[in-house]
Design a protein around this ligand. Structure first.
Ligand code: RM4
Ligand code: MN
Ligand code: MN
Length: 430
């Protein structure tokens, strides 16, 4: 298998802190054993954790105002795959990449698949893009795509989603994620019901082309690019659409796509209950969408979401098999560093949620002991599981400290000559 970072460098960096890690790991093992928790089981669960990386997250993001490109940014999907290979090599929990079409379109998909294969990477959900007009596109999406009042524009958007499925089949993907920018900017601009009817009609046509072993994930978003209303505004519109379409249509929760203070963990619970939780786009935010790295501001919210997920796993809830992915914009950090860090932060929430004493929690819930129920969650949240995450990486050939190892490798400087700047410093969504 190909490597982007010299394995010998990872080994020498790891050697610097293996002793300390072993001590911390053993100490944590003793503490956890006191509560009847086996640290080895947790480490295996950490090793089994996987979260996909969005191809578009490997480039430096921007705002409506500006974008400040970084050194040696990937210029195409082949180079994005190389950066994803670095992320996975060091963090050992991101073996899948989610492409966005037509941004990542290539002429030869078998060549692209081979390229990813050579780094041990597989393909996650395919994302269609009908929120921008492409060069030489016949119909404009200025006033929507799947819900456009023009049948020609709708047909073009449907055809794009179907070609996304076909490209995905060549890559070995099994999922299509549909997020549309459709909506309105002025009260009265759009007839809400007719727009939703047109959207559903278009989605039925895409769903009819979905291979039998594929799922379709619908992503809601309450604002942007439409700022007054969006056609799939919230989880309510989302689940209604998936229920109309069929069992293989499920809802996807992007953490940045809700109003501030929305109880996202409760939405997750509802979707689980009705077998409609397709997956996640993890990120964090204070004001807008995708603006902060996962777990950087609201780690407790992320933990509470994983409380619901681990609960469903423990109860073996039928139809429960959500897909995890990061979806965030990195404007001032090195995207490779942010993606490694964020993958580990989501993994951290998962491991902490596994530590929750579920029988105790159920007991306190049944007896309406609000304080002790809350403290049961807090007890798990307050455990520093870093040694478990580091041990999981070490045992799989990754880095004890991915950021330090990445910096020691000086990856960007090493490839800068081969990746001249594209000069793109205009505004950019990702
Ligand atoms: C959207 C949404 C989608 C992503 C685009 C780039 O806000 O999160 O998942 O495909 O951004
Ligand atoms: Mn998203
Ligand atoms: Mn988003």
């Amino acid at each position: 298998m190909n490597h982007r970072i010299e394995p010998a460098l990872i080994a020498s960096e790891n050697a610097k802190s293996t002793l300390g890690l072993n001590e911390d790991y053993d100490a944590l093992g003793v503490t956890l054993a006191r509560d009847g928790v086996d640290i080895e089981t947790l480490t295996q669960q950490a090793q089994g954790f996987n979260i996909a990386v969005p191809s578009w997250g490997t480039g430096t993001g921007g705002t409506r105002f500006a974008r400040f490109p970084g050194l040696a940014e990937p210029r195409n999907i082949f180079e994005k795959i190389e950066d994803c290979a670095v992320i996975h090599q060091l963090s050992q929990c991101t073996s899948r990449v989610s492409p966005h079409f037509p941004w990542d379109r290539v002429d030869d998909f078998s060549e692209l698949k081979q390229h990813a294969d050579s780094y041990g990477l597989a393909w996650d959900s395919i994302n269609s893009n009908t929120f921008q007009d492409q060069a030489k596109q016949a119909e404009s999406y200025k006033f929507g795509s799947l819900s456009n009042t023009s049948a020609k524009a709708r047909d073009q958007a449907i055809a794009h989603n179907i070609e996304c499925i076909q490209w995905g089949q060549q890559l070995g993907s099994k999922k299509l994620t549909v997020w549309v920018g459709d909506g309105s900017n002025h009260p009265g601009q759009q007839h809400f019901q007719r727009a939703f009817e047109r959207y559903l009609d278009s989605m039925h046509k895409i769903y009819a082309e979905l291979p039998s072993d594929w799922e379709m994930h619908i992503e809601h978003k309450m604002f942007e690019p439409a700022f007054y209303s969006t056609v799939i505004q919230d989880w309510g519109s989302n689940i209604l659409a998936t229920m109309e379409l069929g069992d293989r249509a499920k809802s996807l929760v992007d953490l940045g796509h809700h109003a501030p203070n929305t109880n996202i963990e409760m939405i997750v619970s509802r979707l689980i209950q009705f077998k409609k939780l397709g997956g996640f786009h993890f990120n964090d935010s204070k004001y807008g969408d995708d603006d902060l790295d996962s777990g950087s501001l609201h780690p407790y919210q992320q933990f509470l979401i994983f409380n619901e997920l681990v609960d469903a796993q423990a109860r073996q809830q039928p139809g429960f098999n959500p897909n995890y992915m990061l979806d965030q914009s990195h404007n001032v950090t090195d995207p490779i560093e942010s993606l490694m860090n964020s993958a580990a932060e989501v993994q951290r929430s998962y491991i902490k949620a596994l530590l929750i004493n579920r029988d105790a929690l159920y007991h306190f819930q049944e007896h309406n002991d609000a304080l002790m129920a809350s403290n049961t969650l807090k007890k798990a949240f307050n455990v520093d599981v870093s040694p478990i995450l580091a041990m999981a990486r070490l045992r799989q050939g990754g880095a004890i400290d991915p950021i330090a190892t990445y910096r020691a490798a000086d990856y960007r400087t090493g490839i800068a000559a081969n990746r001249p700047s594209s000069g793109g410093n205009g505004s950019g969504i990702v």
